[in-house]
Design a protein around this ligand. Structure first.
Ligand SMILES: Nc1ncnc2c1ncn2[C@@H]1O[C@H](COP(=O)(O)OP(=O)(O)OP(=O)(O)O)[C@@H](O)[C@H]1O
Length: 383
């Protein structure tokens, strides 16, 4: 499939493309209007699709798209859940409008919607977040994107939770803008490594955003869009409830899982101001197995240090081992068994700092550099 080819898209249909890892693919809009996850394509200009990416070029009113280069999969689909997604956007827009006008009138409902998107892995959560953000930006709002997915996050390096204001529709090539992210380093790619630390960091991030909102009426009215992990059972479910509570979410969008939706409706029915809405998963969402996820993580780490097109080089700084201290957070049992009352089990303190010896075990690990002045401020100060 190497030569240039054209696709006529009928209204409300999409062209789904899976880009190969090593072969370039570009596309352009020849006529009509079309968007990729909420960001409109400029007419006529070639756009390079990032390697490995899986994209949908959707049109509301019909379009002709030209593809050039090699893809692994390409087909047109006319069944999509996009109308239900844009309806959600319209409701959020109205709520933002109400929040803004209540700021002008001085009443106390000036908080815009706080939307959390939940669902199993590969249900299209990140893609829906992108759409909601880009559509909001198109109407002039500057919503805050919060990414709690430590495994497949789209703001920064894996192992972190982060938030960033989004002021323009998300660039198809560049992804989420990174001028002002707030990042907390968790250091693992699964929350089960230290679930309590994960909760502490989520709380820190929510507190920081709360403080920012109190001084920024525009950001407050635009609200938040929160992306979550695909782990929705056991501890994963507990962490979702914790996030809904901590960020004071008022809209919970559940993608593609009846069971999760009814569980959340049930547990949140005591909170009448929280809407739980079930949305269909798009048939275009591509399933990624463990190997692909691992590969995507490695690519994200590479991209962090070397840039999207390999055009950056990491800045290296040489320091003496004696001038730095390295800590692990949440290290081992607090007290040896012998020091505990008979029958008591040693409990690991999830936020305890343990000094780590600098040796070869640290090779090829990603550590965060903390600006904390004192060791006990490391967790709350962010990297
Ligand atoms: N309509 C679509 N057509 C083609 N590809 C799509 C479509 N929707 C999503 N995708 C692709 O499917 C993959 C999975 O989607 P996405 O990242 O949104 O799911 P997710 O639920 O956030 O996954 P995770 O649980 O891993 O975070 C992504 O590569 C995305 O670009």
């Amino acid at each position: 499939m190497a030569s240039a080819r054209q696709f006529e898209l009928a209204k409300e249909s999409e062209l789904r493309v899976e880009v190969a890892s090593d072969a370039p693919l570009r596309l352009r809009l020849l006529s009509g209007t079309a968007e990729i996850f909420g960001t409109e394509l400029p007419p006529g200009n070639w756009i390079s699709a990032p390697p490995h990416s899986k994209i949908a070029v959707f049109t509301w009113n019909g379009a002709t798209i030209e593809l050039d280069g090699i893809s692994e999969v390409e087909y047109v689909a006319d069944e999509t859940p996009m109308v239900s997604y844009v309806n959600v956007h319209a409701i959020l827009d109205a709520r933002r409008g109400r929040a803004k006008s209540s700021q002008a009138s001085g009443t106390d409902s000036s908080q815009g919607p706080r939307v959390i998107v939940v669902g199993p892995t590969d249900s299209g959560k990140s893609s829906l977040c992108k759409m909601l953000l880009s559509w909001a930006c198109k109407l002039g709002w500057k919503p805050t994107y919060v990414d709690l997915d430590i495994g497949q996050g789209s703001i920064t390096i894996p192992g972190c939770i982060a938030a960033t204001p989004v002021e323009m529709p998300i660039d198809v090539m560049e992804g989420i803008p990174l001028e002002m992210p707030i990042v907390y380093f968790y250091g693992h790619t699964t929350p089960s490594a230290n679930g309590d630390l994960y909760k502490v960091l989520v709380k820190e991030l929510a507190g920081t955003l709360e403080r920012q909102f109190s001084g920024n009426a525009e950001a407050k009215a635009a609200g938040m869009v929160i992306n979550t992990m695909g782990w929705v059972e056991g501890l994963g479910y507990e962490l979702l409830l914790h996030a809904i509570d901590t960020f004071k979410c008022d809209v919970v969008l559940v993608l593609g899982q009846e069971k999760l939706c009814s569980m959340l409706k049930d547990v949140l029915k005591s909170k009448p101001n929280v809407d739980v809405v079930k949305l269909h998963k798009s048939g275009g969402v591509v399933l990624r197995n463990q190997r692909v996820r691992q590969k995507t993580r490695s690519l994200r780490i590479r991209e962090y240090f070397y840039g999207l097109s390999n055009d950056l080089s990491p800045h290296s700084n040489i320091v003496n081992f004696t001038d730095i201290s390295v800590y692990r957070i949440g290290g081992g049992p607090q007290a040896p068994r012998s020091a505990l009352p008979i029958g008591a089990e040693p409990v690991a303190d999830p936020t305890r700092l343990v000094a780590v010896n600098i040796n070869r075990d640290l090779l090829h690990l990603v550590l965060a550099v903390s600006y904390a002045k004192e060791a006990d401020q490391i967790i709350s100060s962010g990297p």
